[in-house]
Design a protein around this ligand. Structure first.
Ligand code: DX5
Ligand code: ZN
Length: 214
């Protein structure tokens, strides 16, 4: 299992220390939630926040863009050190063009769907994607409750991947704890994003290693 702590729930006054701590306990991806106050009603992280973290750690930088204009900002996020850039299906007119654009910037391309968006809209895009992110909460805030309809979407992506030998990773984001992670794993999730569950844990080491061993 790949574990992707979301820095949204970290203490930003000591961000590097927080990030090094989750890396030390085995987390492979660092999930970076970018919100613009338009696509979602919250404002969070820009490229400047993580560009200085990049040379300090070895984790894969998994940048989740919850913004209206991913096309305009993608280059800056790549330059700051993104390894994966995930944009929202709901935010762009031509998702295939966006995927090609990301590949032209030499970054892995991911797409995400909100809880209310049918996962089957992604069918034609699947051969070109490096990651598909299923939102199990409404994007915008950490600390929400997992919505179970995400499980059917994950299972759909698992089946399509197996049938066609696609390469994308199946990631789930929102309300992940040990119990919901187990449900996601059962239906094929490969990357677990967890903010509150990891960063607010009393024993981060135990929490991360439980997820890693799922
Ligand atoms: C929500 C973000 C999530 C968030 C998850 O819009 O995409 O990555 O940080 O937070 P938890 O794990 O607390 O639900
Ligand atoms: Zn996220």
């Amino acid at each position: 299992m790949i574990v992707a702590p979301s820095i949204l729930a970290a203490n930003f006054s000591r961000l590097l220390e927080e990030v090094k701590d989750v890396e030390k306990h085995g987390a492979q991806f660092l999930h970076i939630d970018v919100m613009d106050g338009h696509f979602v009603p919250n404002i969070t992280i820009g490229p400047m926040v993580y560009q200085n973290l990049k040379p300090e750690v070895k984790m894969t930088f998994d940048v989740h863009l919850m913004i209206d204009d991913p096309y305009f900002y993608a280059k800056a996020f790549v330059k700051a050190g993104a390894d994966y850039i995930t944009f929202h299906y709901e935010a762009v007119k031509d998702p295939l063009e966006m995927i090609s654009y990301l590949h032209s910037l030499n970054v892995k391309a991911g797409i995400s769907v909100k809880p209310g968006t049918d996962v089957q809209v992604l069918e034609k895009l699947l051969p070109d994607l490096d990651l598909v992110l299923v939102m199990s909460v409404e994007p915008g805030f950490g600390g929400q409750t997992f919505q179970k309809q995400a499980l059917e979407k994950i299972a759909y992506l698992r089946d399509k991947k197996a049938e066609n030998n696609y390469r994308y990773l199946i990631e789930v984001d929102g309300g992940i704890n040990f119990e919901t992670a187990r449900l996601c794993k059962e239906v094929g999730a490969e990357v677990l994003v967890a903010g509150t569950y990891i960063f607010k844990a009393k024993d981060r080491k135990a929490v991360i290693s439980d997820l890693l061993e799922l």
